[in-house]
Ligand binder design. Sequence first.
Ligand code: AMP
Length: 296
Amino acid sequence: MKPKVITSIQEIQKWRTSKESKSTQVGFVPTMGALHEGHATLLREARKQCQEVVLSIFVNPTQFGPHEDFSKYPRTFERDLEIATQEGVDVVFAPTASELYPQGYTTYVDENQLSQPLCGRFRPGHFRGVTTIVLKLFHLVQPNFAYFGLKDAQQFFVLSKMVRDLNLDLEMVGVPTVREADGLALSSRNVYLSPEERKIAPALYRHLIQVQNQLREAPETHRQILQNASQSLTTLGFQIQYFECLTLPEFNPVQSTLHLKSSFLLAIAAYLGKTRLIDNLISNSHPKASVELGGC
Ligand code: AMP
């Protein structure tokens, strides 16, 4: 059955009120559309756990910097609706920008610790846009469970912190990264890659795995390992923004020796031509996140 498409705040609130029975669990998957198998996996997780599944499609202007790809971000609404139908979504919430940010809009939400390193350093204002829009969507949809991909690990941890700090009554579910057969993490932005760049792109994941293995062998040399891997990627044509290992859940830089038994995040962001790619591995001891490939 086709999902109900809702575009107005009034209508989504009306829908939510109609589902207020205590036994109805609402699962929510926020996206910017241009759906792929990664998004479909989140929808499947929601479908398994919840009676009602809401998908939002909204290219959120406040999380893009002035020189980023907001205007050229892929918009494929009809195809997205087909995927939503296949995955048994109940409601697609697809508001316009002016519905969520009417003229004179001035209220924003900031998480001030986990949002600072990694992407926060290179995309000023990005996480402020993310926390603001996701809090607004949480208020409108009032989900019991919210599903996010661990491909955007920092986003997941920042939003989980917001949920805890603001006492929101919902559970955050982190879903492992879905990849192409050659290891490239699925992303709506992969369509920007030229055929040549597409061939090079999986090197990002290969280097993550290689670094993970080298860290197991010699955790005290983590800085050198990361530096060598960055150098190798640069030679292949990547422009590295960061390639770092941070403790979880604090997001502190790892000090002299990496403790393999504690939880950590190995994260990378790099440009390949004009396309910004991110990827990560999460060590398997962190309770909030499922493991990828046995973790570090
Ligand atoms: P986006 O539309 O790119 O903002 O992503 C919407 C949601 O899908 C976010 O929670 C992402 O982390 C998640 N997502 C995107 N790509 C993947 C992937 N390859 N595997 C798993 N989840 C993903």
